[in-house]
Design a protein around this ligand. Structure first.
Ligand code: NAP
Length: 339
């Protein structure tokens, strides 16, 4: 298409430890012409997620690393601007996996049409998308919440954690959230109705968590690892279930130094789905229709709320992503790429 440009952010180099702005590079290029069957997408929203840190490393994992000089990967909501594919019309809104860029060309096989009249389109990246489904699948298949039990969830104000706590409450569990800072903890208690919320940055964090869990912990939904796991571990009851969903406290660490094996063991539990029961949400993909039906109804009833942290401009994606790894986001982190 004449004079149509794409702006994109590529992986300039692999980080060692915490990534920095220099690991990313912004590029601009002309969009090529469409072949028969292809669709040109304008990206409206880009989801930023913790898994992207793992894809920046050249390490064996459940998914392939991003190549150096390759476009950063990511889930997106896009508008069809031009099409040579009979299934899609200009103006259609779709869910795609187009990455950190302003435009993309697709053959349609990876696209899911969204109905903007049904739900705000950003929810396809958050509460009604991969993070919401992760919460639902991890709880339903591994956590198995029951009335009267105590569930603790880490990174509780985030995209996955906030859904975990609310769904567990719908099933009658007593829910304790762990989050960084007073504002996030107040949100969990006052807006989402959690029974308690504990700040993991507090100097008395392990003792405060113990006080909030007088009957111990029956389900711990692990999103973090590190000092949060250390405080939770002694409080686990007999037969406690631990869905190991994420270990964000360890994502910037390299291979184990041979002394402290815990991060490596926990990473293995997550990535290889060992029996303390790591999981990757797509394992339960056949349950997605149940999820859309149940979560849609809970949202309509006001029992499942969500918060989105929307940052303007693709060029701000690297900084926002670094913030995600430090807890600067408050809610599901999304970049508004186009209008
Ligand atoms: P999020 O909670 O919206 O954002 C990440 C949050 O993690 C930050 O806001 C911060 O919250 C917390 N955090 C970061 N570094 C931390 C540290 N060192 N110690 C304690 N807390 C830290 O992210 P999300 O998308 O919902 O993802 C949550 C977890 O689920 C991640 O580990 C992610 O990898 C995992 N996940 C797994 C799957 C799967 O299929 N297994 C799918 C999606 C997500 P605070 O300010 O509260 O500390």
């Amino acid at each position: 298409m004449a004079n149509q440009h794409v702006t994109r952010i590529v992986l300039a180099s692999r980080p060692s430890g915490m990534p920095a702005a220099a690991n990313f590079r912004l590029e601009r290029e002309t969009v090529r012409d469409l072949a028969e069957g292809e669709i040109l997408l304008q990206i409206l929203y880009l989801s930023l997620d913790p898994y992207m840190r793992g894809r920046m490393d050249d390490a064996k994992s459940y998914a392939k690393p991003i190549e150096v000089d390759g476009v950063m990967e990511g889930g997106t909501v896009a508008r069809v601007v031009r099409t040579r594919n009979a299934v899609f019309n200009p103006g259609d809104i779709v869910l795609s996996h187009s990455g950190w860029q302003s435009h993309a060309i697709s053959n349609g096989s990876d696209l899911k049409k969204l109905d903007p009249g049904e739900a705000p389109i950003t929810t396809a990246l958050g509460i009604l998308g991969m993070p919401g489904f992760t919460a639902y699948a991890g709880l339903r298949n591994i956590g198995k919440p029951k009335a009267g039990e105590t569930l603790v969830v880490a990174a509780a104000s985030g995209a996955v954690g906030s859904a975990v706590g609310q769904i567990a409450r719908i099933f009658g569990s007593r829910v304790v959230g762990i989050a960084g800072g007073r504002e996030k903890c107040a949100y969990l208690r006052d807006e989402l109705g959690f029974d308690a919320a504990i700040d993991h940055r507090s100097s008395d964090f392990p003792a405060e968590l113990a006080v909030a869990c007088p009957e111990g912990i029956d389900i711990y939904f692990e999103n973090v690892g590190g000092h949060v796991w250390s405080a939770v571990f002694p409080l686990l009851n007999d037969f406690a279930r631990v869905p190991v969903c994420g270990l964000i406290a360890h994502y910037n660490e390299g291979a184990s130094n041979g002394q402290d094996q815990l991060p490596a063991v926990m990473r293995a539990i997550l990535r290889k789905s060992l029996t303390l029961r790591g999981f990757i949400q797509r394992e339960f993909a056949d349950q997605r229709p149940d999820f859309y039906r149940e979560a849609g109804a809970w949202i309509a009833e006001g029992r499942l709320k969500y918060k989105e942290d929307i940052v303007d401009g693709l060029e701000n994606a690297p900084d926002a992503f670094l913030g995600l790894l430090e807890g600067r986001n408050f809610g599901k982190l999304i970049i508004r790429v186009g209008s």
